[in-house]
Design a protein around this ligand. Structure first.
Ligand SMILES: CC(=O)SCCNC(=O)CCNC(=O)[C@H](O)C(C)(C)COP(=O)(O)OP(=O)(O)OC[C@H]1O[C@@H](n2cnc3c(N)ncnc32)[C@H](O)[C@@H]1OP(=O)(O)O
Ligand SMILES: O=C([O-])CC(=O)C(=O)O
Length: 378
């Protein structure tokens, strides 16, 4: 039976679309739980592999499960020759998100069992994507810099190996830890726009690669994942170095006068601050200390304070992540692909949940176009 409601909620704001057991975002308590566990606790002590397992299986792995999972993940990290051949066709001017979206799509086309949407096949495909995406991101950044690819190392965990493949060295523990923290914080966030996109695609009985390819497309936009890149552009516009806080205040006055949106601030669900920001900000502070870049924190704090005073709007996770990735040495256009890598477990957990209790997602629209009319005689 179809229940029609004439009330229009633009952007589905405030609309509860379905249930989920994957995560709970609670703006009242400013909390985020993955399968019941507070994200701050996971970020403090779990590897990205443990978080991926948790999101897919509903519980943390025991030590035998984790060992088997790590072996399987490490065995699938290599960039395969056919995917590399696809990437090599793409111009260096292509945005890294477009490159990654194309790579995910190609991985689907190359997978002989791509159309098998059984739970076992979906888990296998999710793990394969999780394992392979870092190689794509690292390869793409390196080819833009004219550097040769760096093969994966199976003595390193997911986060450390990602940095190794990107930079050809494993940085200091504080850097690896900040990177791992960012990945855990980015891994899952209920029915955000990209996850919802993945669920819509899954609801038509399209396969997992189709859903993830669509999700990458949705994440690219500056109102969603693209904001971590956009934050860095505005930091560059304001300028680092002495006096950054004062410049940030003046910059904001101009930006607000031009009615610009300030990327990295505001959130559809959290209105009193993003639950993940304090943890990522603390990681950023450790990076600032490590790299001796107090000016980055001055700019961060200056714009944050000015935004709170002028608009009462608080930062979201993309605000500390952008400068953190910059300090780690990633090129700015690579930031959102890092978000993609981290969100693969979240997206695919939702794909599997949607598939297991499916209903075609197809809302109604209220027509406000031309009234019915006859085609002129022809
Ligand atoms: C990981 C993530 O994806 S987190 C989100 C990342 N995105 C960004 O950082 C982009 C910047 N932020 C935004 O555009 C918004 O805050 C969104 C899209 C994230 C959420 O927006 P919504 O819930 O749709 O709220 P909406 O955009 O309608 O904003 C409500 C009011 O606050 C203002 N506002 C909200 N965010 C901002 C901002 N970042 N800069 C300036 N004004 C803002 C709006 O202009 C609007 O003002 P008005 O009522 O005077 O028109
Ligand atoms: O929940 C949202 O709308 C956006 C977000 O923070 C995320 O996807 O991490």
């Amino acid at each position: 039976m179809t229940h029609a409601s004439s009330e229009i909620r633009k952007g589905l704001s405030g609309v509860v679309v379905d249930t989920t057991a994957v995560s709970k975002v609670n703006p009242e308590t400013n909390s985020l739980l993955y399968r019941g566990y507070p994200v701050q606790q996971l970020a403090a002590s779990c590897s990205m592999e443990e978080v991926a397992w948790l999101l897919w299986h509903g519980d943390l792995p025991n030590s035998a499960e984790l060992a088997g999972f790590q072996r399987a993940e490490r065995a699938q990290r290599e960039l395969t020759p056919p995917v590399r051949a696809v990437l090599d066709q793409l111009p260096l001017s292509a945005h890294p998100m477009d490159v990654l979206r194309t790579a995910v799509s190609a991985m689907g086309a190359l997978d002989p069992a791509a159309g098998d949407s059984s739970p076992e096949a979906d888990r296998r495909k999710s793990l394969a994507l999780f394992a392979a995406v870092p190689a794509v991101v690292a390869y793409d950044q390196r080819r833009r810099r004219g550097q040769d690819p760096v093969p994966p190392r199976d003595d390193l965990d997911y986060a450390a190996n990602f940095l190794w493949m990107t930079f050809g060295e494993v940085p200091a523990d504080v850097v690896v830890d900040a990177f791992r923290t960012s990945l855990v914080l980015y891994a899952e966030h209920s029915f955000n726009a990209s996850t919802f996109t993945a669920r819509v695609i899954t609801s038509t009985l399209a396969d997992l690669h189709a859903a993830v390819t669509g999700a990458v497309g949705a994440l690219k936009g500056a109102l969603h994942g693209g904001a971590n890149e956009a934050v860095m552009h505005l930091f560059t516009e304001i300028g680092f170095g002495d006096g950054a806080a004062a410049r940030a205040e003046q910059w904001l006055e101009r930006a607000l006068a031009e009615r610009r949106k300030v990327m990295g601030f505001g959130h559809r669900v959290y209105k009193r601050g993003d639950s993940r920001v304090p943890t990522m900000r603390a990681a950023l502070e450790r990076l600032v200390e490590h790299y001796g870049r107090r000016d980055v924190l001055d700019l961060y704090e200056g714009l944050e304070a000015a935004m709170a005073e002028r608009k009462g709007i608080l930062p979201n996770l993309d605000y500390p992540s952008g400068p953190a990735y910059h300090l780690m040495g990633f090129d700015t256009p690579t930031f959102t692909p890092l978000f993609v890598a981290a969100r693969i477990p979240g997206w695919t957990a939702h794909v599997m949940e949607q598939a297991q209790s499916n209903a075609l997602i197809r809302p109604l629209s209220a027509y406000d176009g031309k009234p019915e009319r006859d085609l002129p005689p022809r």
